[in-house]
Design a protein around this ligand. Structure first.
Ligand SMILES: Nc1ncnc2c1ncn2[C@@H]1O[C@H](COP(=O)(O)OP(=O)(O)O)[C@@H](O)[C@H]1O
Ligand SMILES: [Mg+2]
Length: 324
């Protein structure tokens, strides 16, 4: 099932001039993090805002959970979609608890239910309710403000989260911690997340699938692995860059380089690799081993093949030349 479908969607801000979003078709699967990566001005924000109709599209259709967004009352639509942006826009004269409770309050939830939900969400995003509930936004760090923003977006339990450079305004250390926590949060909540960034590292860190945009068009839509190893064109290759080879080694598993098992390998083995071991792991253990090749076992422990350094090198060379 696809949570969001873009069907030949275009947006032109002015009659003249190039479209900001140009004939985009994409299917965003349920429960996955899809990251839109592109340079500034490539149309990422415009594309995202057409989902919750902060921007009206010029051509095409956007389908959310099976319904054309044009046919839905805008308030119903937005209630089903959480929205987190860089400058989160917390209400300065409201406490953390009041900010998080915005949507449940509008929806007329009972006070007790609102309070329970606020505490649950504060726990979820790592803010101790007793300590932070009564603070005002100005009494929080940038990272804490982003956490409140995420809690507020999750308050009415939307199935879909739109996140537009949500960690763009915090320092690098806070940012990587927020990224890790966000991934852990996602493992518990299984939202469909459409996440916009211009930061390649962040995109690779978070994405189940990656959309590469350039001048309003989708250039490539695939897994990080496939985009690193098989960039669609020079633009993507340059954007992603060969510096991600080490990351690639961690993404690729032994499964990709397994060869038929030779009896001699099984007989001499001083170690056994698993199909799901990463290539960086396999590389380390092959270098440490006294053998030229190591047997490979499946999850049940049965030997299914072997791997050797030549296969790792061949795989790397192939990826490297493609990623350049
Ligand atoms: N409200 C607007 N009116 C006119 N042009 C706009 C407006 N918003 C964005 N644009 C233009 O549309 C293009 C895409 O912008 P945007 O979607 O914000 O890109 P990104 O989020 O990738 O930086 C840019 O050329 C930008 O100048
Ligand atoms: Mg933007």
């Amino acid at each position: 099932m696809n949570a969001i479908i873009f069907d030949h969607v275009s947006k032109r801000y002015a009659e003249a001039g190039a479209p900001a979003v140009d004939d985009v078709s994409l299917e965003i699967p349920d429960g996955k993090i899809v990251v839109i990566l592109g340079t500034s001005g490539s149309g990422k924000t415009t594309l995202m805002k057409m989902v919750n109709r902060l921007i009206e599209l010029s051509l095409g259709r956007v389908i959310v959970e099976g319904q054309d967004v044009q046919t839905l009352p805008v308030n119903d639509l937005r209630r089903r979609i959480g929205y987190v942006i860089q400058h989160i826009g917390l209400f300065p004269h409201w406490t953390v608890a009041q900010n998080i409770a915005t949507v449940p309050t509008i929806l007329g939830w009972e006070a007790r239910r609102v309070q329970q939900r606020v505490e649950e969400l504060m726990d979820l995003v790592g803010l101790t309710p007793a300590e932070y509930r009564g603070r005002y936004p100005a009494q929080l760090s940038g990272g804490q403000q982003q956490r409140v923003g995420i809690a507020r977006a999750l308050a009415a339990d939307p199935d879909i989260l739109l996140m537009d450079e949500p960690f763009g305004a915090v320092d690098a250390i806070t940012r990587s911690r927020l990224q890790e926590e966000f991934l852990a949060l996602q493992q518990r909540t299984h939202k469909t997340v459409l996440f916009v960034t211009h930061d390649v590292e962040e995109a690779l860190q978070l994405a189940d699938k990656l959309v590469i945009m350039d001048r309003g068009r989708v250039i490539q839509y695939d897994s990080s692995f496939n985009i690193i190893t098989q960039p669609a064109n020079d633009f993507v290759a340059q954007l992603i860059g060969a510096r991600h080879l080490m990351r690639l080694l961690r993404l690729v598993t032994v499964r990709n380089i397994v060869q038929p098992l030779q009896p001699a390998t099984a007989a001499q083995a001083d170690d056994t690799l698993s199909l799901d071991d990463s290539m960086s792991d396999a590389l380390t253990r092959l270098l440490r081993s006294a053998c030229d090749a190591l047997p490979v076992a499946d999850a049940a422990g049965a030997l299914v093949g072997q791997a050797d350094l030549a296969a790792v090198r061949a795989h790397l060379r192939r990826s490297d030349s493609l990623a350049r």
